[in-house]
Write a protein that binds this ligand. Structure first.
Ligand SMILES: [Zn+2]
Length: 510
């Protein structure tokens, strides 16, 4: 039997940008030698969208390139146009045309002259830091009412300057999700003041914690840098378990205090009401070569969604709108098979808001890949946050990926993975972590950093999961960390506590 262990997503680092960049032209613009008479739209020129570039490929401001940067992708095969004549690998490995330079002064505002290892010539690249949420994420910024002007109140011993955000909860809110963000450095939630109580987010209510930098058994994460980073921890869902429902006081005024070591943080808060419908945006990266057009009438995908509806029916939830999207050819080529958790964050950053409404924004981006092979482990799926940053698209904290090796052969299995990962995305944790009972360094680190224990009280726990496997008392739970093989005929369950959290997610609507 193929091993079927999920890896819990540690979310949210970084990614290269490039969302919305188009496929290469059939007839690329001619290469222009020299530095005179470079037309607008040539590689290296500013741009807002792909339409502004001769190559139809804009590295956009919202993804970290100040004022945008026209480029030609796959320039190992296609000529660069304009001043951006050096073909160099971007963060995700895609060859793209960049401006050659010898000093910072030769680069546009917001860029510095950087030499990338393994590359002969230096090029102008975005100067440090990442996406500034105060500047980027149109139209999301307005729809979700980003607050980028917190009150600086002091200094935290460990994490640096501290800031307080104040916000009011709507009269009908039954839950809320707080998403603090920074352009660079880290942001660490410290405390929350509800209308009636003070909550320590480092000790008493800490299931958002994901101290990635301290998890040294995931070496790849050390190499990701800070490009596009929007924070360190996962978003904070209130309540993440039914016993914390009292923290929600509809109509009340709240304060959230965070520390941010480098940049002034922004915050958005999105509210939830008990709902019944969840909308999905399906990005076809792998999925056996299916395109968005194919997917609409694909019987295997239809079978997967029907089975997901069956699984969710017990929680009173159904799939609403399911939209299909293609990704640019260079993204498909690079990410059809994912090789590391870092690939996951890079890929999920390619999500885009499906429209310009708040309702449209409150939907889940799912990236279907052919396979995920990490360090010799076969991974089924990963959510880029537990919970994810509801409403934010085109960022490493938004979206989830899962492999579709079994699509067509075992659609129920694919449906199980999809249902499980969306479960993470709305805020459900594994009933038991696969490390439990192993007493390894990994287990100790995860326990210390994250408080990984499922906070929902009516879910079973497996004390010796490695030895007990699918005989565990929680093996029939949708959020058990491994997907059962078909011959066991396990029907995935959700407990009443899990249903309450799921239904209260801001992503579950109407
Ligand atoms: Zn999982």
């Amino acid at each position: 039997m193929r091993p079927s262990l999920h890896i819990l997503s540690f979310a949210l680092f970084v990614a290269a940008c490039l969302i919305g960049c188009s496929d290469e032209d059939d007839a690329p613009a001619p290469t222009i030698k020299g530095r005179t008479e470079v037309p607008e739209g040539a590689d290296g020129k500013p741009c807002i969208t792909d339409d502004d570039c001769n190559s139809e490929s804009c590295l956009m401001q919202s993804h970290g390139f100040p004022d945008g940067h026209c480029t030609t992708f796959n320039c190992d095969r296609l000529d660069c146009s304009g001043e951006a004549s050096v073909c160099a690998a971007l963060w995700d490995g895609t060859p793209a045309c960049l401006l050659p330079c010898e000093a910072d002064e030769e680069c546009r505002d917001g860029y510095t002259c950087q030499s990338v290892s393994g590359q002969a010539e230096s090029t102008c690249l975005p100067a440090g830091g990442g996406i500034d949420p105060a500047e980027a994420f149109e139209p999301t910024r307005d729809l979700l009412a980003f607050d980028c002007a917190p009150t600086e109140i002091g200094q935290d011993d460990i994490y640096g300057p501290t800031y307080t955000f104040t916000f009011d909860l709507g009269a009908e809110a039954q839950s809320f999700l707080m998403v603090p963000m920074v352009a660079e450095g880290v942001v660490v939630p410290l405390s929350m003041q509800t209308p009636s109580t003070s909550v320590d987010l480092q000790t008493d209510y800490r299931h958002h914690n994901a101290r990635l930098g301290e998890l040294d058994f995931i070496p790849d994460l050390a190499e990701t840098g800070t490009f596009g980073q929007v924070g360190l921890d996962w978003p904070i869902l209130v309540p993440y378990a039914p016993q914390y429902a009292d923290y929600v006081e509809a109509g009340g005024t709240y304060e959230l205090t965070v520390a941010a070591d480098t940049a002034t943080p922004c915050l958005y808060v999105v509210e939830g009401k008990t709902g019944t419908t969840i909308d999905l945006n399906i990005y076809l990266v792998g999925a056996g070569g299916r395109t968005a057009e194919d997917a609409k009438d694909d019987p295997d995908l239809a079978a997967v969604f029907a089975r997901v509806d069956e699984i969710y029916a017990q929680a009173g939830i159904e799939l609403g709108e399911v939209r299909f999207f293609d990704v640019p050819a260079h993204v498909r080529e690079t990410f059809r098979v994912l090789r590391s958790q870092v690939d996951v964050y890079k890929l999920t950053a390619y999500g885009e808001p499906p429209d310009e409404t708040l309702d449209g924004h409150l939907s889940v981006d799912l990236f279907l890949v052919d396979d995920m092979q990490f360090h010799g482990a076969n991974v089924l799926g990963i959510s880029a946050g537990v919970p994810g940053a509801a409403g934010l698209h085109g960022n490493p904290r938004n979206g989830l990926v899962f492999q579709t090796v079994d699509l067509g052969a075992d659609n129920d299995h694919v449906a199980h993975i999809l249902a499980h990962e969306v479960g993470h995305y709305v805020g459900l944790r594994h009933t038991t972590e696969v490390y439990k009972g192993t007493n390894t360094d990994a287990e100790r680190q995860i326990d210390r950093m994250m408080g990984v224990v499922d906070p929902i009280e009516d879910t079973a726990i497996c004390e010796e999961i490695q030895q007990t496997g699918f005989d565990c008392p929680d093996a029939d739970n949708l959020m058990f960390p491994a997907a059962p093989p078909a011959h066991l005929s396990i029907d995935p369950r959700l407990t009443p506590g899990q249903k309450a959290v799921f239904q209260a997610s801001p992503l579950v609507k109407r």
